[in-house]
Design a protein around this ligand. Structure first.
Ligand code: ATP
Ligand code: MG
Length: 400
């Protein structure tokens, strides 16, 4: 039998005006995701159809589960829209399925986009239901809670018969809602924040602040591994590694200890804003969560946020740590995040970071040294790596 994977679109169906952009982007994203797999993808305004060599089916299904903008997907059996062919396909599909599982009841649901087809949907349900009852003596109809749904979609040229439907990732296709800059540390929260932003259709650039030799190359590699995971949901991404050591050391030399984290984070925001402008990104995204640490009280967020006018999006702001961990496990970043390498934030943590910082004090402390010069130096010494899910570290070790 001729199998195809049928994809139903997600939330994009509600965005009437942008529908074409969303479908085109989803089409591009799926093509990219399945490149080298020898597939042929057709699309219309309500569905996408993937034709493929059957040996690749499981791999294709696995990859489709990582694409945002898909409401649901399924393996359908394709036949001509001739009634005899449809009848035969229904029988073949059910024969296979019933042999494998405990199935006693069914319901037929027909969708008929070819309005010229000889029967209307209701008549089709009766005809196909009758056919199944006649050929499968153990089966009976249950319209409320059937063991199996038999879906028949009748289109002009071809029809599709399918049984099970799988849930897709939902969200919007990545790239339909512009570009954002994710502050990616090696922690648990920021990869989750990145995943949630991708889900909203935002394409990401990733920035990572490192303070070698206070932080290690293992810490950087950990961020690269996290970036690879994010890239599996959103194609190739730019990872910008920011040499933060000199600026960070100056902060610790010049500002009062309890303000060092606040000032450090103001610097991170300033640099992330500059990078966002450089790469035409429209928002800063990070893994801050209200109340998690001293720099994430609302007062701290105000004082830190005041260095930029760009929108700062904090997808996990209102999540409990346990809720964030649940997502991290689901998207397979948790085990990487809990590896023990120190981040630039943890290396320099003061004993008593200020919980309610004062903006004037920050400004006064920042006037004690020429941070703009240091930021310019940083901007001239960025290391930019393009990362996709197949990224190999040994290739990039030449860059070190
Ligand atoms: P995470 O929050 O990802 O678990 P963390 O707990 O080490 O990591 P926090 O101190 O909570 O980080 O910092 C809040 C947010 O600031 C992070 O979620 C991340 O978005 C950003 N951030 C912190 N450190 C870095 C870094 N070294 N490079 C890039 N972004 C960072
Ligand atoms: Mg955190």
């Amino acid at each position: 039998m001729n199998r195809v994977i049928l994809i139903k679109y997600g939330e994009l169906t509600t965005k009437k005006g942008n529908r074409k952009l969303f479908i085109d982007t989803l089409y591009k994203n799926i093509n990219l995701k399945l490149k080298n797999l020898n597939v042929k993808i057709n699309r219309d305004m309500s569905r996408m159809y993937i034709e493929y060599e059957s040996i690749d089916e499981n791999l294709i299904l696995k990859k489709i589960k990582e694409v945002f903008g898909i409401h649901s997907f399924l393996v359908a059996y394709k036949t001509s829209s001739n009634i005899e062919d449809i009848n035969n396909t229904i029988k073949d599909v059910l024969k296979n399925q019933i042999n494998e599982n405990d199935i006693y009841t069914f319901k037929v649901e027909t969708k008929r986009s070819d309005k010229k087809f000889i029967f209307d949907s209701q008549q089709c349900n009766h005809k196909f239901g009758g056919l199944i009852l006649k050929n499968f003596k153990n089966l009976s109809v249950n319209v409320h809670n059937p063991d199996i749904m038999v879906h028949v979609e009748i289109r002009t040229e071809f029809s599709y018969i399918y049984l099970n439907e799988y849930k897709g990732l939902g969200g919007y296709p990545v790239g339909t809602l512009g570009r954002g800059t994710l502050m990616l540390s090696g922690g648990i929260d920021s990869p989750v924040a990145g995943y949630l932003a991708l889900k909203r259709g935002i394409k990401l650039d990733l920035v990572y602040f490192e303070a070698i030799p206070h932080t290690s190359l293992e810490a950087r590699n950990k961020v690269i591994e996290l970036a690879k995971k994010l890239a599996s949901y959103g194609d190739e991404m730019r990872l910008i590694i920011i040499p933060f050591t000199k600026l960070q050391e100056s902060i610790y030399k010049n500002v009062d200890g309890n303000y060092s984290i606040t000032i450090m984070r103001r610097m991170m925001y300033r640099i992330t804003e500059k990078l966002s402008k450089k790469f035409k990104s429209l928002a800063i995204i990070n893994g801050e969560s209200i109340g998690q640490v001293a720099s994430q009280t609302l007062t701290s967020m105000n004082v830190i946020n005041s260095v930029t006018n760009m929108p700062v999006i904090r997808p996990v702001a209102c999540f409990d740590k346990l809720e964030i961990i649940d997502i991290a496990k689901k998207i397979d970043t948790y085990d990487i995040s809990i590896l023990p390498y120190e981040d630039c934030c943890t290396v320099f943590v003061p004993k008593h970071p200020v919980i309610n910082p004062n903006l004037e004090k920050c400004i006064e402390m920042e006037s004690r040294f020429d941070y703009e010069d240091l930021i310019n130096e940083i901007m001239n010494n960025l290391l930019i790596i393009k990362i996709n899910e197949q990224f190999e570290k040994n290739k990039y070790s030449d860059l070190l």
